[in-house]
Design a protein around this ligand. Sequence first.
Ligand SMILES: Cc1ncc(COP(=O)(O)O)c(C=O)c1O
Length: 457
Amino acid sequence: MSQNTPYKTFLPEDRIPRQWYNLRADMPELPEPLLNPGTGKPMTLQELEGVFCTELAKQELDDTSRYIDIPEPIQQFYRMYRPSPLVRAYHLERKLGTPAKIYYKYEGGNTSGSHKLNSAVPQAYYAKAQGLTSLTTETGAGQWGTALAMAAGFFEIDLTVYMVKVSYEQKPQRKGVMETFAANVIASPSDTTNVGRGILAKYPDTGGSLGCAISEAVEKAVSTPGCRYVLGSVLNQVLLHQSVIGLEAKAALDMLGEYPDIVIGCTGGGSNLGGLICAYMGDKLTGKGDAHFIAAEPASCPSFTRGVYAYDFCDTGCITPLAKMYTLGSGFIPAPNHAGGLRFHGMSPILSKLYHDGYMEARAYEQTNVFEAARMFARCEGTLPAPESSHAIRAAIDEALKCKETGEAKTILFGLSGTGYFDVMAYDRFNNGLMDDYIPTDAELQQSFDTLPKVPR
Ligand SMILES: Cc1ncc(COP(=O)(O)O)c(C=O)c1O
């Protein structure tokens, strides 16, 4: 194996971004604004402040500041676990026999195990700086809840996490970690909110969904003094914070003299993908580069590839603002056999707009196919990938195999957004041949689309 470029590239600590990059400032057409479901009018700062803390509400609405300074206490926290490594997947390349050069940006090396910490830190910091006393959130697979528990623990602010019941039962380890960082973890749906009680009355055996956990967390936040709700994906502010991934990746690839032909990220609500692609997408939007972008999503929750571009609620209980996004309908719940995250019914409005305008491709993968890629990657590269990230691995392998056929030596960058250490049960199911695929039928999706809200004018 000839290694002209190092296996791992770490930026020096002083090259960790000091500003976030706001992709909206370079978009020729902006994503549609969040709407107040009651009036049909764009959400104002004042309205958003009732749910989010003020600084984050401002970031949500800021379509023009290209760069936003990262406050020093957040930079200090970032230095505890960033920069994350950019890795050249030499062993995978050799195994595939491809002329392609494969790089991945690994965000799973912190205790929370994923990229989610990049947004958890600012969200907890701004809440504390505003004098709030508590936060609520939802978590699906547990990565976001764990990340926020770490950040809330560090900035000493109380946190209640509504964890999707199926994950709560399948991943007791996650709960243990969150509680160690002093979070209060509740299985959702629960009897602690009106929404939760309503859902339990209707579907007593439900394993829950992210949309339902969001409803409970929002209800709790707006009914508790000094409390706000924080969300780990989808929102503009979250993609802004995640821009550190893409900025670091570009700085490291620049150091190596590389520019990717293809950038691939897995996507649930879009924060990892939005963060990873931001710098190269910015280049594309401003005519400085022409990378090809691929969003990799699960076939069991195919928001981009089979969803509709429409205004929808971000939660099952229909209490959040309306977002214009690719959505499967807020009542959509992925089949219970679906492993890992990427189970949100909608997609970031920024990414939805970019996809709608033709700047990005999306592909949906069945989970057994994804786990085959994960296993190959683990054996070659010595890192157990998160099932979510493995959707991107699948796409990267497929692209590298295409290069093998055509003889092209393309440069591929993908996001390894997390570790698979908390997903051993899913690996166990896969290894024992117990994992299967479920793809929703058109009729099932239509049933969900039929419940899309009518937007008042
Ligand atoms: C490791 C990992 N990657 C990706 C995702 C998808 O979320 P998002 O689309 O917000 O990046 C998750 C969500 O749980 C995750 O845990």
